[in-house]
Design a protein around this ligand. Structure first.
Ligand SMILES: [Zn+2]
Length: 244
């Protein structure tokens, strides 16, 4: 009640024009945090709508210019190798900004460009595994393949490789991810090998009954060992990523 009275007395001294301007001004309708959540929702539905919102007024521009918004922007609709088209264009700045805000789909795309386009192997794999940790499914798949294929891999990298592959299996996304990545590697960078496969990893489980027995004729649905499935997938991935 007290605050209402204060508003009333505050407005008394104003002209009619001032009051109407005050009401039309968007910041007075909702606090900035609400505009921020609206911008986040817009961004998570459409990048184009986000850009339109950003361009419409100063308030929206500042609401859109936030890590939360960039983190949730719907980057997953862009092709994984989109930087091949975006290189040196403003869209790449947007993608990098999203990746910096820890948008998993943007991190996947930026990591792929570091790894395969710029040849920054370690930093590329680092970005890809971070995207995988944040739950991006394609990042889990490619991270698993790369970690299990590294020539100088450590025990910890092998453990993480199996872990990421386990996530992809759990979501039943192995074939979809393989197809998506196969298309990526069929692109203009197909001459660049993903890694030098010196020593493909093999199942390390002591109690495994399928170790060393899986081939193309095997019924994979009856294999319960994630390490054996990962070993098989690595061979499959090499076959698809480096067409003979
Ligand atoms: Zn096994």
């Amino acid at each position: 009640m007290k605050s209402l009275q204060m508003v009333g007395s505050f407005q008394k001294g104003k002209t009619k024009l001032d009051v109407s301007i005050q009401h039309e001004c968007l910041p007075n309708l909702l606090p900035l945090e609400i505009w921020l959540s609206i911008a986040t929702m817009v961004a998570s539905n459409s990048i184009k709508d986000l850009f339109n919102m950003q361009a419409s007024c100063r308030l929206f521009a500042s609401a859109c210019n936030s890590d939360t918004v960039y983190k949730h922007a719907l980057v997953s609709v862009l092709p994984i190798a989109c930087f091949l088209d975006y290189f040196g264009r403003p869209a790449m700045t947007f993608l990098r900004r999203c990746a910096k805000a820890r948008n998993p789909a943007a991190m996947l795309r930026v990591g792929m460009s570091h790894l395969f386009w710029c040849g920054h192997r370690r930093s590329g794999i680092q970005t890809l595994t971070e995207a995988a940790e944040l739950g991006d499914m394609e990042a889990c798949y490619i991270s698993a393949m790369l970690l299990l294929l590294l020539g100088d891999k450590t025990d910890d990298e092998i453990r993480r490789g199996f872990k990421f592959f386990g996530v992809v299996c759990e979501f039943g996304a192995v074939e979809r991810c393989r197809e998506v990545l196969m298309q990526v590697f069929a692109g203009p960078w197909s001459d660049i090998p993903p890694v030098d496969p010196e020593e493909p990893v093999s199942c390390r489980s002591g109690s495994c009954r399928t170790r060393g027995t899986i081939d193309d004729a095997s019924d994979l649905s009856s294999v319960s060992c994630v390490q054996c499935l990962a070993e098989y997938e690595v061979r499959k991935f090499l076959g698809t990523s480096k067409p003979q």
